[in-house]
Design a protein around this ligand. Structure first.
Ligand SMILES: [Zn+2]
Length: 223
């Protein structure tokens, strides 16, 4: 594998929200995983963090909410996160190679050991317990050359490519690239033929399948 610099990046407002800590968990993990693969966005987030630090230093101290201490103590009682060594011991070389942190930590095991659900010819899907409300996070693994069902959705779908590449109307997306599709886009990603394609996708609203194949699948799948 040749590691290349990503061509498609998160929107500037997403990086700003990431730096401010105001992204939801699923989009935050997706953005952080892109940062692991993208020196350009790491530099930009470092710049935004520095600006945020200056602004925060200029703010007057505010009173803590009455329940702030209880909230912090409750978080300390939560199950401890696995250590780096524990995560490293739990995943195989393939997973370490293709899945950067922090996403690897959320998987907690090897790609081959995950309970993938088959969603059609050469398409496997794994819902991740990262989303809340209408936000859904999913890993999608397709064989080389496979086409995902044509679909559209309400809200925004953000897809980070971890392995292989796919094409849709927006261009060619390879490892590290972030594809952002809105409800106005009706797209049908097709994986490139020479390798399987592994993507991490976050959708912030329900998704509807369109097209003949999609209408057949709609009652059965939720991607
Ligand atoms: Zn980037």
């Amino acid at each position: 594998m040749i590691d290349t610099t990503p061509v498609f990046h998160p929107e500037p407002e997403v990086l700003l929200a990431y730096s401010a800590g105001s992204l939801d968990e699923a989009n935050s993990v997706l953005t952080a995983t892109h940062l692991a693969l993208c020196p350009r966005c790491r530099r930009e987030v470092a710049r935004l963090d520095a600006i945020g630090g200056i602004l925060t230093a200029q703010l007057k101290p505010t009173e803590l909410a009455p329940d702030a201490l209880a909230a912090v103590l409750a978080r300390l009682d939560e199950a401890p996160s696995p250590t780096d060594d524990q995560v490293a011991a739990a995943v195989d070389d393939e997973t370490r190679h293709w899945v950067p942190e922090p996403l690897r930590r959320y998987l907690g095991t090897s790609l081959s050991a995950l309970p993938w659900k088959r969603r059609g010819f050469a398409i496997h899907e794994l819902p991740l317990s990262l989303g809340s409300g209408s936000v859904r996070a999913t890993l999608i693994r397709t064989g080389g050359g496979a086409a995902l069902p044509e679909h559209t959705h309400e809200g925004v779908e953000t897809t980070l490519v971890l392995r292989g590449a796919f094409r849709d109307e927006g261009g060619r997306f390879a490892r590290g690239d972030v594809a952002t599709a809105t409800s106005a886009d009706n797209h049908r990603p097709v994986a490139e033929p020479d390798d399987e394609c592994l993507c991490f996708s976050v959708i912030d609203g329900p998704l509807r399948l369109t097209g003949r194949f999609g209408r057949l699948l709609n009652p059965f799948i939720r991607i």
